[in-house]
Write a protein that binds this ligand. Structure first.
Ligand code: AMP
Ligand code: MN
Ligand code: MN
Ligand code: MN
Length: 281
């Protein structure tokens, strides 16, 4: 099916150099503004460190910047992502929660580097620390390093060869629980949204169980329009939203201008009967 991309005034999922995006928070805000976005949520992985700079930059424009985050969650042994929108980024329990996830990320990075060394890729630890600078270290940083060493010819290839689940440098990791993550987001006054629901490859039975557990924990939204969705994907995700009475979110999951497939604000509209997540704030 053909995808009908257009500019959306809302882009509620994107990354800066505070995690695995390549633009600084200010550059990201400027590019989103130039793309016609009116409300942008900065959703870095497990950190709110980029928010103050993004807020300052957005204040020089007519664009609204929402404090937000993308939290890593382990549910039934699977890694899921929850986006927390319109949060108080100074909420103490959230900050304590992400401190713990950040420590897990640092440990995991050392283990990934050791596994890569066994596969003949040396020096990954220092390299990803330099690439991430003061931001979160993610597998994306490892993928960029692997490509720079000519051990893969694209990020996708680096994941397929080394970093994805079941591959030699994959480290099983226990992140926050679903209940904890939703609790931190709600406690911080935010809306918890299940990110990119189709990327987990869940059976319809598992998806039902996940969405029931998510609702029961206080989850209120689901991404219905994501950067790479076609119209069939949007209909499938909208079906989940209807069935579980969840609001719909739209977000590009933009990481870098080097990936021309995913641009800021270039998103199809929400189906008309879906409650927009922004009507909840
Ligand atoms: P992490 O949270 O450290 O496990 O890293 C997850 C990030 O890696 C995701 O947010 C994506 O940005 C990126 N990622 C995961 N799988 C792929 C893939 N197959 N190709 C490119 N990037 C990926
Ligand atoms: Mn990412
Ligand atoms: Mn994600
Ligand atoms: Mn993301």
């Amino acid at each position: 099916m053909k995808t009908n991309h257009m500019t959306s005034e809302y882009d509620l999922h994107c990354h800066s150099s505070a995690s695995d995006g390549t633009l600084t928070p200010s550059e990201l805000v400027r590019q989103a503004h130039a793309a016609g976005v009116k409300t942008l949520a900065l959703t870095d992985h497990d950190t709110v460190a980029g928010i103050p700079e993004a807020v300052r930059e957005a204040a020089t424009t007519d664009m609204t910047l929402l404090a937000a985050i993308e939290l890593s969650v382990t549910w039934r042994g699977k890694c899921l992502h929850l986006v927390g929108l319109n949060i108080d980024s100074a909420f103490e329990p959230l900050l304590r929660g992400i401190d713990k996830i950040q420590a897990t990320r640092i440990d995991r990075a050392e283990q990934i580097a050791r596994r890569l060394a066994k596969k003949g890729i040396e020096g990954a630890s220092d390299a990803v620390n330099a690439l991430a600078d003061k931001g979160m270290i993610t597998r994306t940083h490892f993928a960029r390093f692997i490509v720079s060493q000519d051990k893969a010819d694209s990020l996708q290839h680096a994941f397929d060869r080394y970093l994805s689940r079941g591959k030699p440098a994959y480290v099983p990791t226990i992140w926050a629980t679903l209940e904890e993550a939703v609790g931190w987001i709600r406690g911080a006054g935010g809306i918890a949204v299940l990110a990119h629901p189709l990327r987990y490859k869940l059976s319809s039975n598992a998806m039902r169980k996940l969405l029931s557990a998510f609702k029961e924990s206080g989850g209120q939204g689901i991404e219905v329009v994501c950067g790479r969705n076609n119209s069939g994907d949007i209909q499938t995700s909208a079906g989940h939203a209807r069935r579980f009475n969840l609001a719909g979110s739209v977000g590009s999951d933009f990481h870098s201008p080097e990936n021309p497939w995913i641009a800021l604000g270039r998103l199809a509209p929400l189906p008309a009967d879906i409650t927009p997540v922004w009507s909840l704030w």
